[in-house]
Each structure stands twice: as C-alpha cells, then as structure tokens.
Design a protein around this ligand. Structure first.
Ligand SMILES: NC(=O)C1=CN([C@@H]2O[C@H](COP(=O)(O)OP(=O)(O)OC[C@H]3O[C@@H](n4cnc5c(N)ncnc54)[C@H](OP(=O)(O)O)[C@@H]3O)[C@@H](O)[C@H]2O)[C@@H](O)CC1
Ligand SMILES: Nc1ncnc2c1ncn2[C@@H]1O[C@H](COP(=O)(O)OP(=O)(O)O)[C@@H](O)[C@H]1O
Ligand SMILES: [K+]
Length: 503
C-alpha cells in the first residue's frame, strides 16, 4: 500500500484521468459509492445521518455518499456550508444528481445554525475539506468544525478529517476529531505522525479504480505488509552453510551495559545469521558469553582507542557490522576507523549515534552502505532539532537527512519510517506499546544486522527486519503476553512464530 502527500495524490489522480482515461466524475462516483458501502456495512440504517459538505471535491464525494445512503433508506440530510457558486466542476455535477433524487439540501451559513440542525443526528459525515486545505481554517468553516467536534455524535470523515493537512510538517490549526475516516485510495502522511494520527480515529482505505502504475510513477512511500515481506524475503538455501548465511559483527557494551550486545547478538542469530562475533571489552566476557554461547568473541582492550591491525585482520571476513549498543558516550576513535578502514555495511545505533554526530560529513567516504537507527530523541540530536519538531515532520526530516548524508535511516517509533539515500520511504507500523521498554531497540538492531547480510537490496531488508520485530511483539501480546510484561528477550523468542508465517 502506498502512502502519499497531497501533491502526489493530485498527480496520481491526474495520471488516472489523462493516461488511464477515467473521468474525474467517475472517480468521484467511485469514491462516494465506496465510502457509502463501508458505512452501510458498519452502521444501521435506522440512524439519522447528516452530511456536511464544503466547496471542493471532498464536498462532491459527500453528495455521492448521500445518494447511495438514501437508496439504502438511511434518513439523510445534506448541509451545504458554502455558497452555491463555490460548488463547481465534478462536485456541481454530483450535487445536481443528488437534487434530481432528493430535496434534502439545506444551506447553512453559520455555526449556530449548524449546531441546531445537527442536534438530533446520530452520525455526521464530514465532507467539508479534503486534501486541498491550505493555511489557517477560515470562518465560518472554523466555528463549524469546532461545533461539530463538540457534538456527541459519531463523526465519519471522508478522505481526511476536515482541516487536517495531508503532509507532515504543518502545525495543525483545527480539525475534525473523527471516530472513523474512510481514506480515498491511499493514506496520507499525517495518518502516520504522532500528533496528527489521532484525528483520523479508526481508518481504512477505499479503492476507486486507480491503477498501481499511477502510484509506481508518482508515489515514493509504501506501507509494508506481509505481502511485501513474502515477495522480498530471501529463501534459506538447502545447501547453505554458516558462512553463506552471513557473518555479523556486533561492537559495543561497556562494563555497565553488557545486556545490549547480548540482545543484539542473540537477535541476529535467531533471525538466521550464520555466524555472529561480539567485539567487546574483556570485563564483559563472562556474562556476555554465558548469555549467548552461540556467538564468538573478539576482545578489545577498550572501547575508545583506534582499531589495531590485528582487529582489522580479524574483521576482514565479516559481512556487516553494527556499532554502538551500550558503548557509552566517551570520546572514541572506533567509529571513525570503521568508516575509514573497513568497507563493510555498517549499522550505527544507540550511543553509536552520538559518536556519529561529529562524523556525519565523513559518512560519504564509506564505501559500503551506512544505516542509522535513531529513535525520535536521537534523531533530534542528530539534526539539531527538538523532539516536537521531529514528531511534526518525521517523513521530511528523515528524507533530508538520508539524502544529505547518503545513509539509510530507520526512525523508530510507533510507526517506524525507513528511508533510503534516494528518498524512497517505507513505513512499518507493526508492533505495539509493549515494545516501549529498554532493550527492544537492541533486538531490532540484531535483526537488522542479519537482514542486511541476507538481502540483496537494503530498503526491503530494513523493512523486513522492522516487520519481524513488530510482528513478533504483536503475536506475543495476542498470545500469552501483554503490553505491560513484554520483554526484549521475549521478542527474540517470538521470532520463530513470525518466520513460520512467511512461507
Ligand atoms: N483521486 C482522488 O484522490 C480523488 C479525490 N477526491 C476528493 O477530492 C478531494 C480534494 O478535492 P479538492 O482539491 O477540491 O480539495 P478540497 O479540500 O475538497 O477543497 C478545497 C477547497 O476548500 C477551501 N479551503 C481550503 N483551505 C481552506 C481553509 N483553510 N479554510 C476554509 N476553506 C478552505 C477552498 O475553497 P474556497 O473557499 O477558497 O473557494 C478550496 O478550494 C479529496 O480530499 C477527496 O475527498 C474524489 O472526489 C475523487 C478522486
Ligand atoms: N508504542 C510503540 N508501538 C510500537 N513500537 C514501539 C513503540 N514504542 C517503541 N517501539 C519500538 O521499540 C523499539 C525501541 O527502540 P529504542 O528506543 O532504541 O529502545 P532501546 O534503546 O531501549 O533498545 C523500536 O523498534 C520502536 O519502533
Ligand atoms: K473531510
């Protein structure tokens, strides 16, 4: 499933009309009829329904919905919130069709009148503003949205809650707080941002006949699901040997934080890595090696000095490296050596990201791909922004960072956004609040290390890793765990259940 900005949706729409030959009127008919079908399946027809329409094509969808719901005997009233001359084009066409079959159209000019009209309704269908909204919401629409928000009715938004922008990065002025949103064709960026997703309520998409080709040409973001995983997940070769399944290196673990590297190493092995070596200080060895007996160990005298020739020689056979879990924030030469001297795919996580900050300009010198896996706080640190700024613009900030430093970015959160250096993005929205606990990020890092070694392309590799991690947590919470008790180690154990669903 693709995720779009408003501009991309308009391009896709234009492509469907100009190249696909489907008229705009037909797309609007499909949009309204599909939303109506959803409503018919979910809401009894003994309810009193008010459809509030604005000036644009979102309002046009509202007239189509009215026509279909009336056919199914819902008690429908349409309230037009704008002057007649504002309704043009396809919306005017569908308004005329509604008026051919019904006289239930009332022109409402202020919020006081609207409140009176809606007071005995059960459901309000919000077709006031769609993705064409721009700037601060103007009166009288402003007070009308506010009035609807205060009514104790079920609120169903068409395409997007009116007033909410489609794209990330904009401050929300005022928008309908929907209980349910039926999104036309493709979810918009704001459905995946912490501050704005709440306005949508529950949401689902309806298809209106636009081809996948139109999306492939104009959309740059996808929501990753099982279908994508199955299509891209590498098969385990029958004659595989441990060397052919990837040799991963995990570097990190101060004396006070040995758990992070254990989690990463165990997660990498559970995800299918052939060999995992943990490079850490000798003080950690007893605890780490007894917790992960399948790994091999490489001792570093400390976590700050340059790598020796002996280290570099030992790492020569490695296929991918992850650096940073539990490494602490003291000055260290290790990361700059990894960037300069080893041309291996390199994943930088946790404290490693603090080491990466002064080295960002040098990342371009690395001859193999670099992946950074910040949570929102770490992303704010890397970009000199505040956490609220990152939360408002997670898609744009990730893309700018990935393009500027030519790295892959995995911005971790409820919706994890994965960005390639060319700006292409994937959202992984598997997982639950059980993952909001120390150590789950280290598990993700281990899984990603293995995925990097086993896939040919990095973007699906990272998306598949996030899918495994989130889905493991989802299955565990569905079965015998809860969001409260879930531990990072459980997520590692849960992976086998996810793998079984992949073939
Ligand atoms: N393929 C698809 O996706 C399809 C999409 N379709 C539907 O089309 C929708 C997009 O339609 P759209 O472009 O007409 O925009 P939309 O938001 O309805 O109206 C814009 C008007 O709102 C007003 N306005 C704007 N800002 C404002 C403000 N701050 N405060 C107050 N008023 C403001 C402004 O009017 P003005 O008052 O300036 O004349 C502006 O002209 C889309 O969401 C989907 O529902 C389907 O029908 C078919 C296929
Ligand atoms: N509320 C949530 N819903 C879904 N996933 C979550 C949620 N909170 C955290 N996660 C996931 O859990 C992991 C936490 O990573 P991170 O913050 O680096 O943890 P740590 O550093 O303690 O290991 C990320 O993969 C993130 O996407
Ligand atoms: K709307």
């Amino acid at each position: 499933m693709y995720i779009v900005t408003a501009e991309e949706m308009y391009e896709i729409d234009r492509y469907a009309i100009e190249k696909g030959g489907i008229e705009g009127k037909v797309l609007m008919e499909n949009a309204g009829s599909q939303v109506a079908q959803q409503i018919i399946q979910s809401y009894d027809n003994n309810q009193k329904v008010a459809i509030v329409v604005g000036s644009g094509n979102n309002g046009g969808d509202g007239f189509v919905i009215a026509r279909y719901l009336a056919e199914y005997s819902y008690d429908i009233s349409v309230f037009q919130l704008v002057a007649d001359h504002k309704i043009k084009g396809d919306a005017a066409f569908h308004k005329a069709l509604w008026l051919n079959t019904s006289d239930k159209l009332v022109h409402v000019t202020d919020s006081h009148q609207l409140k009176q009209r809606l007071v005995d309704c059960d459901i309000v269908i919000d077709a006031i503003l769609g993705i064409g909204v721009s700037g601060a919401i103007r009166e009288p629409i402003r007070s009308m949205i506010d009035a609807i928000n205060h009514l104790p009715v079920e609120k169903i938004s068409v395409d997007i809650p009116s007033g909410l922008p489609a794209n990330d990065g904009l401050e929300v002025d005022l928008a309908i707080h929907a209980d349910q949103t039926y999104i036309i064709e493709a979810p918009k960026e704001t459905a995946f941002c912490e501050k704005t997703s709440i306005y949508y309520g529950k949401w689902e998409t309806v298809k209106i006949g636009i081809s996948q080709m139109a999306y492939a040409k104009h959309a740059s973001k996808q929501r990753w699901c099982i279908k994508n995983v199955r299509a891209t997940f590498p098969k385990r070769e029958k004659y595989a040997h441990k060397g052919s399944n990837g040799r991963g290196l995990v570097i990190g673990g101060q004396q006070t934080m040995p758990g992070a590297i254990v989690l990463a190493a165990r997660a990498a092995l559970r995800s299918g890595a052939g060999l995992v070596t943990v490079a850490t200080i000798k003080e950690n060895l007893p605890i780490v090696s007894s917790s992960c007996i399948e790994a091999t160990y490489h001792l570093l005298p400390n976590l700050t000095d340059r790598l020796t020739d002996r280290d570099l020689e030992a790492f020569e056979k490695i296929d991918a490296i992850t650096f940073g879990m539990g490494i602490g924030r003291d000055d260290s030469q290790l990361l700059s050596d990894l960037i300069e001297k080893l041309d291996k795919p390199l994943l930088i996580d946790a404290d490693g990201l603090y080491h990466a900050k002064p080295l960002l300009e040098t990342l371009l010198q690395h001859k193999a791909p670099i992946v950074v896996t910040p949570h929102y706080g770490e992303m704010a640190m890397l970009t000199n922004k505040t956490v609220p700024e990152v939360k408002r613009s997670p898609f744009s900030i990730s893309r700018q960072f990935a393009e500027k430093y030519q790295v892959y970015v995995v911005l971790k959160g409820k919706h994890t956004i994965i960005t390639a250096p060319n700006g292409e993005q994937i959202v992984s929205d598997q997982g639950n609040a059980g993952l909001a606990k120390g150590g789950t990020g280290d598990v993700l890092t281990g899984i990603l290390l293995t995925m990097i070694m086993q896939h040919e392309e990095l973007l699906p590799a990272l998306a598949n890793g996030c899918y495994l991690h989130g889905t493991s947590a989802d299955y565990l919470v569905e079965d015998n765990h809860t969001e409260r008790d879930l531990l990072a180690t459980d997520v590692i154990e849960g992976l086998s259940q996810v793998f079984r669903t992949l073939s």
